[in-house]
Design a protein around this ligand. Sequence first.
Ligand SMILES: C[S@@+](CC[C@H](N)C(=O)[O-])C[C@H]1O[C@@H](n2cnc3c(N)ncnc32)[C@H](O)[C@@H]1O
Length: 284
Amino acid sequence: MAALSTTAPEHREFPFTLKEYRRLSAFVHGRTGITLPDHKINMVYSRLTRRLRELEFSTFAEYCDYYSSPEGEDEIEYLINALTTNLTRFFREKHHFDHLAENLLSDLSTDGINGRTRLRIWSAGCSTGEEPYSIAMTYRETAASRVQCDTRILATDIDSSVVARGSSGRYGGQSVAELGKGRRYRHFTAFGGSEWQVRPELRQLIAFKQLNLLDAWPMKGPFDAIFCRNVMIYFDNPTKARLVQRFADLLAPGGWLYIGHSETILDQKTVFRLRGPTIYQKGT
Ligand SMILES: C[S@@+](CC[C@H](N)C(=O)[O-])C[C@H]1O[C@@H](n2cnc3c(N)ncnc32)[C@H](O)[C@@H]1O
């Protein structure tokens, strides 16, 4: 308690004790795998205060009772959306896209990989879509004109609001400007005064779906590559280990797993070989 004494939000507009915070964070952890340590209490407070005002609650205790009750079940989606961290950008950690182009995509023959005519890539924890669109741009730029391949990119996230934004394919001028003029005009068209719309050739490669990585997965795979970057950073070690094992089960032999720059995989060194910084390959 002492560490929070100067900033503890008990004295703010909505009382929020450490006990209530831990109740809320345990609930979110159970549903999403996201760990919310005590020092994030102020962040959680600020992300939820507007919602408490809208619902006309006067304490966090009332809010916790509400989303835990049968009448408040729909509130859980709002709560989770509010507490996810969605930071992303096009071609973030560019070396992964270079690796994809130089390995998986350059291996595609006109008959597909190893005689197969199907390429499946999963962006797991895709946020607002910059990651799957970067994969799609890489595919269009390096492979699409030379291969006849049934290519699909699955883009999933637990946060329904970011999935909707990714699916819309609309981005602000600033984030698209970072791509440079060549890519901007090749893959986007101007939309309204200040936005850009992803062109249909890219959009048709991607299916956006809401999916909690902790739940059962409806897809059977196999995937040739899985991007799960800057997602597991929020999970505890047992959750990470289970997830990486499930990725291994869904990858084709020789398939690739790309993880975030500050992440490692823990117990699966026998299943995966490290092939580059944060790039793993499943054994064949
Ligand atoms: C920081 S963003 C990373 C986006 C992108 N992968 C990148 O590296 O730029 C993390 C994303 O993971 C999602 N996420 C967190 N927990 C999740 C879960 N249990 N299932 C699915 N997605 C989750 C969040 O909603 C968020 O959009």
